[in-house]
Design a binder for this molecule. Structure first.
Ligand code: PXP
Length: 239
């Protein structure tokens, strides 16, 4: 059975828009878990644009499945990870100007730093995943970091045209087969939606998905009608 991790960063973005405490992330995480989400993913960015230190502290106490913390190789974020010990940390590249995580880690050119972070996290009993492009050439270098999992960046797949999709899928599938032969656990995420999830689910080596944006957006459309009619009912009843 493939697992679904739900990224709730965008609920923090909504909360931060008002600078208040509502909606509480722990409530969102609890709904995800009740609905069958297998784990909760959050990204503590260097600029704390959505998830903040208190969210990490609170969610590490309240999540009943497990927490996957996405993080860059940043000293301060590493300190928070070691303090709160999520079950898993996924190392991602991060640029301040980017809107979302734009590419996979360059394990070849940043090997020493990545290995240093993998080692520090593992010494603290945190599983480590690396978010990487499905490039077979990088697998051996990846193995040398000592990380436990690979998360395949599916952004390229999500943006591919219908003509390009079979080629990209084949590349991901071959990469996943190779990585699994080396004993790695394979996860995937970024840009996965209700329209593009099925073909990627056919790749049997992929064991976990991390999905955020499309789920949070869909929750607006599946919930908006009820939200309006609930308010309308209260107004009617008060009259
Ligand atoms: N996996 C990783 C490593 C990510 O950085 C993100 C985006 O935060 C996701 C998965 C989820 O991507 P999306 O929000 O497009 O579903």
């Amino acid at each position: 059975m493939k697992l679904l991790g739900v990224n709730i960063d965008h609920i923090a973005t909504l909360r931060n828009a008002r600078g208040e405490f509502f909606p509480p992330l722990s409530h969102a995480a609890s709904i995800v878990e009740q609905a069958g989400g297998d784990f909760i993913t959050i990204h503590l960015r260097e600029d704390r644009r959505h998830i903040n230190d208190d969210d990490l502290a609170h969610l590490s106490q309240t999540v009943t499945t497990y927490l996957n913390l996405e993080m860059a190789c940043n000293e301060d974020v590493l300190k928070r990870a070691i303090e709160h010990k999520p079950f898993k940390a996924t190392l991602v590249p991060e640029r301040r100007e980017e809107v979302t995580t734009e590419g996979g880690l360059d394990v070849v050119n940043h090997f020493d730093k990545i290995k240093e972070y993998v080692t520090a996290l593992k010494e603290n009993n945190i599983f480590v995943s690396l978010f990487i492009e499905p490039d077979i050439k990088g697998i051996d270098k990846f193995m040398e970091t000592g990380a436990d999992d690979i998360e395949i960046h599916t952004g390229g797949y999500s943006l591919a045209t219908p003509q390009q999709k079979p080629v990209v899928l084949k590349r991901i599938s071959e990469f996943a087969q190779n990585a699994q032969k080396k004993g790695l656990k394979i996860c995937a995420g970024h840009g996965l939606t209700y329209h593009n999830i099925s073909p990627i689910c056919q790749i049997k080596e992929i064991e976990e998905f991390n999905i955020g944006y499309s789920i949070i957006v869909r929750s607006i459309f599946s919930g908006l009608k009820n939200a309006v009619s609930d308010m309308k009912r209260l107004i009617k009843e008060a009259n």
